[in-house]
Design a protein around this ligand. Sequence first.
Ligand SMILES: *Cc1c(COP(=O)(O)O)cnc(C)c1O
Length: 466
Amino acid sequence: MTLHNSMHREQQSKALLEQAKGYAYEYADSVAQRNVFPSKQAVADLEQFVEDLPTTSGDATAILQQLHQYGSPATTAQTGGRYFGFVNGGILPVTLATKWLSDFWDQNTALYVMSPIASKLEEVCEGWLRQLFGLPDNTVAGFVSGTSSAILCGLAAARYRLLQNQGWDFNQQGHNGAPALRIIAGRHIHGAVTKAVALLGFGTDNIEWVEGDDQGRILPEQLPQLDGSCIILLQAGNVNSGSFDPFEEICDGAKRAGAWVHIDGAFGLWAGGTRRLKHLTKGMEKAHSWSVDGHKTLNTPYDSGILLCHDKEALVSALQANGAYLTSCYGENRDGMLYTPEMSRRARAVELWAALKYLGAEGVDQLVYGMHERALQFGDELRAAGFAILNDVVFNQVIVSPADTDTETDRIMAAIQDSGECWVGGSVWQGKKVIRISVCSWVTSPKDVSRSVQAFIRARETVTEQ
Ligand SMILES: *Cc1c(COP(=O)(O)O)cnc(C)c1O
């Protein structure tokens, strides 16, 4: 049989998809029971994938079988409820199901004419996000791979606008000889923001750093004198403590000076979409651009990031760099590529739409507040067991200091990870090694938290008994 015929047969019989479905269900049914991090055997078995590029075509059934046999066990059990590493999200069932369906569509969302449905869902999500976050009416959204990309877009729009204000067209005239822009950022800004500063050519040495308080929040009185050349980088959700910068005061000052404010809220911006945690983001609507992930707190599948910007012209101009967009930009139908650096993209708005339609505003509150409650529970139970909690648990992040020395902290963390009971990562907080817990999945239950706390206690016993 020719290769082409095989593919036709695979497509028509659907046996391959049934096989995948069977494996997927098997995975889903076992993920909560198994070790959160792959076993040593599972990691060693990854050598099964190391081979020379095949010279001839293979067997689809066998390929899928190999992936499940050796791939599935070497995943981290992120959907199981006891993964608290970095700031990674879970996945809402409705988003997984809608993604599955849209995978069959295989749409390219660059232009309306490539996918009317993707264009419509982007438009709907843009409006819903504006409403949920209480952002200005003229706010537009770009659907990108993650917050890292979204920050890049926000800063590019800021650069375009601030230089345009000074009569300089950045797209045409570029960096050489351009009026200097100033980058002002809090000490605790995320590495993705620093990366965007570097990628866009501002130079990290030129950042004017602003000190923070004991929770990592910018101290507004430490801000330098602002003017119309300033881009101020704030954050909603410190990646360690979960704290929020004081937006209102800083945005008001920036507005008076003609400066641009970008808020990086990869996971924390969602607090601004809730009823019970909205107070954390007071004044955020006064910024100019915002970056946020769908794949973290909102629990949509990877990958999904959103850039929100209330200066459509600056954003579209910065990302398109040619005048041809103008006809379509203000046309009847939305062309998604105008708001993103990429042209071809997958239809991320499908899962965002599904998540927001499923949850509704009240469900977003329950989802996000639930993560906050689990984080509070972690803090309380760990404290009761004698662990030091170094942050105010205002959101979903908990910083734990399990020991007096960095060496012992490392050993306790390794023992927790080895237990397979839960997975937590390390960080540095105020010069000290710490364990960082991020509650980011809807699946995590109070039982999961208590069980994980037991793993902390046992790990400390093992290490101190040695
Ligand atoms: C995760 C994170 C980022 C980077 O987001 P990606 O979606 O991984 O690109 C940026 N800022 C903060 C605060 C984050 O937590």
